[in-house]
Ligand binder design. Structure first.
Ligand code: MFK
Ligand code: FAD
Length: 525
């Protein structure tokens, strides 16, 4: 007897948690404006499922015109990892990076579907981020981690949007936010170096001014991790020689952000040598490499020696992508485990009728719902930060809240969702462990979120850095936010929220009582 296979349905219409969240945050007319797109896309990501919403003739047409779609592009990318050819037959260095057709098609799909663009078109104002992240949630687990370059592209777009460099705004920003695949650029984010990834103060890469007046620089050094190696451009950290004093400044306050294109106008790499591709546990389709830079033509972005605060705009966006990524991976694993429980039998009963099994599934479901609620709360806050209203006090509160939330959401979702995906894998029995049953891939790919864009302990320190120096403000904003939520909570949740508030006050009291100890703490150094 052949075992029944769990089949994934439309990823939007079948996701009650996502629909509930959007209905709660987004006014009904705004929700109605993007609902058809989410319904269509929820089908498209599972390949052809969107056809359920279409007439039979259109369905046939679709099948003929789109023989390969997102899930199959993702499979192709996963099954054909990137390959690096460093030399031609005559020993000349060529550094040709080949990615799969599926990977390249995913880039076009990302542009067409506006996966970055939606956030910058801002048709739905502050709700645009909710719409965009709902789409990313559907896209991420099927796309062999194409959401990784998209995250960095989105973050780079925000840095350029906030910069005062009109040339980059005119020439580059539209490329990152276009819906036209032939014009769409992705961006890398090069921070990590061999001496330190968490601690960028040890950065060795140097930037020398070539023509200060024209903002022309040469960057040389070694970047230890570059995930978007096939990207069109990058934003990177380097220690810049001050054109006035001709000196370099030590520490992280000597770093600046630079923009560089990957290729020169003649198509050759722009001072980049791909040292080697990384051999990774997961994210197999992503071309993560080590790079040697030699006189890479670059342009300073933001103020000199203001590198970390400038690049932080990327970090806060990519950290939300990490959270949505693990939510999406857990969502798929859970959906498969639930579907399997419906069709698989043991002891003459469906798994769904065995209390021990359903209790396990209920625990996973709880983690999923908590992770989704937390993540979308952060996404809503990001939307408010980017589209502030006239109330400047509220805008300041939203900024503080998002600054607190981004590290917390990223670290909590990564830790808890990875554990829950492992549980969902077990709920699928031996099949859960098979390479071609998607859950194994989700598990491997999810794990990286505890590391990249800041490890758990680094993000914990980051949080302390925010709440301790201005402890009064941050705690006040946080308590206010929780209080305003409690109003709409049912009794039991309100009690839980009351406990959270109590814990917050206890932490605040502790910090106040030990405030003289502050200087002693590492983060204050
Ligand atoms: C599906 C998901 C896809 C995601 C794609 C990911 C692909 C992989 C990409 C990567 O992994 S890229 C590398 C990511 N690297 C990190 O996340 C580094 C982790 N380390 C930290 O986050 C450290 O906290 C940090 C490097 C930021 C510490 O730097 P510093 O300079 O030692 O810290 P400091 O002195 O606290 O901060 C300097 C300034 O930056 C301060 O501002 P002021 O100068 O105005 O006082 C800080 O307030 C500000 N800052 C730091 N972090 C910030 C921030 N501002 C806003 N937001 C933040 N997150
Ligand atoms: P370390 O900083 O050496 O950390 C090692 C351990 O020490 C960690 O557990 C950390 O929590 C702990 N630790 C460090 N400092 C402290 C402290 N002060 N207190 C307590 N504990 C501490 N980087 C990029 O710039 N661009 C990319 O595109 C990119 N892509 C990546 C892709 C993948 C698949 C991976 C795995 C990584 C990628 N990274 C990228 C690098 C990633 O951001 C770093 O690995 C990460 O920030 C950690 O830095 P590290 O590896 O130097 O570890």
């Amino acid at each position: 007897m052949l075992p029944d296979a769990p089949v994934l349905g439309n990823q939007f219409t079948e996701n009650r948690v996502l629909r509930g969240i959007l209905q709660r945050y987004v006014p009904i007319d705004v929700y109605a404006s993007f609902l058809p797109d989410l319904e269509r896309f929820g089908g498209r990501v599972v390949d052809g499922g969107d056809a359920l919403l279409l007439a039979w003739t259109a369905r046939l047409l679709l099948a003929l015109t789109r023989p390969v779609d997102i899930a199959r592009m993702g499979d192709d990318a996963e099954n054909h990892p990137p390959v690096l050819r460093q030399f031609d037959p005559w020993c000349r260095r060529v550094d040709e990076l080949s990615t799969s057709e599926g990977w390249r098609q995913l880039k076009s799909v990302a542009a067409e579907e506006g996966l970055v663009a939606i956030a910058y078109e801002r048709v739905q104002n502050e709700h645009s981020r909710l719409y965009q992240f709902a789409k990313l949630l559907l896209f991420a687990p099927m796309s062999a981690m194409f959401s990784c370059p998209l995250a960095m592209t989105d973050g780079a777009a925000r840095v350029l949007e906030l910069s005062s460099d009109d040339e980059l705004k005119r020439r580059v920003l539209p490329r990152l936010t276009t819906r036209d695949p032939s014009r769409f650029w992705t961006s890398g984010q090069w921070m990590t170096e061999r001496p330190g990834g968490s601690d960028v103060s040890r950065t060795e890469t140097k930037a020398e001014p070539v023509d200060h007046a024209r903002n022309e620089w040469h960057v040389s050094g070694f970047k230890w991790f570059s995930s978007a190696t096939d990207a069109d451009m990058t934003l990177l950290l380097a220690r810049a020689r001050d054109p006035r004093t001709h000196t370099f400044r030590e520490g992280s306050r000597g770093l600046s952000v630079f923009f560089a294109e990957m290729r020169l106008p003649d198509g050759k790499l722009n001072g980049v040598r791909i040292h080697r591709l990384k051999h990774k546990f997961g994210t197999k389709a992503v071309p993560t490499a080590e790079l040697e830079l030699e006189r890479m033509h670059a342009r300073l972005v933001g103020s000199l020696h203001h590198g970390v605060p400038t690049i932080a705009s990327i970090l806060n966006i990519t950290r939300m992508y990490c959270a949505i990524g693990v939510c999406s991976q857990l969502g798929i694993a859970l959906a498969m485990a639930k579907e399997y429980a419906r069709i698989r039998t043991a002891q003459n009963k469906r798994l769904a009728d065995l209390p021990l099994h359903t209790r396990t599934l209920a625990d996973i479901e709880l983690t999923y719902r908590a992770a989704m609620q937390l993540t979308f709360y952060g996404v809503a806050m990001l939307g408010r930060v980017e589209c502030p209203g006239r109330d400047t006090a509220a805008a300041r509160d939203h900024q503080t809240l998002f600054r607190i939330l981004a590290p917390v959401i990223k670290l909590w979702t990564a830790k808890r969702c990875v554990a829950a995906i492992s549980e969902a894998m077990e709920a699928l029995g031996g099949q859960g462990y098979m390479e071609d049953v998607l859950v194994a891939r989700c598990y491997r790919d999810a794990q990286v979120n505890t590391i990249w864009e800041g490890t758990t302990n680094i993000l914990s320190l980051d949080l302390l850095r925010v709440i301790v120096p201005n402890h009064g403000d941050a705690f006040l904003v946080l308590s206010k936010a929780i209080r305003s939520m409690v109003v709409s909570f049912p009794q039991s949740l309100a009690e839980a929220a009351g406990n959270v508030l109590g814990a917050l006050h206890a932490i605040e009291a502790y910090i106040r009582a030990n405030i003289h100890e502050r200087e002693r703490l590492e983060y204050g150094a």
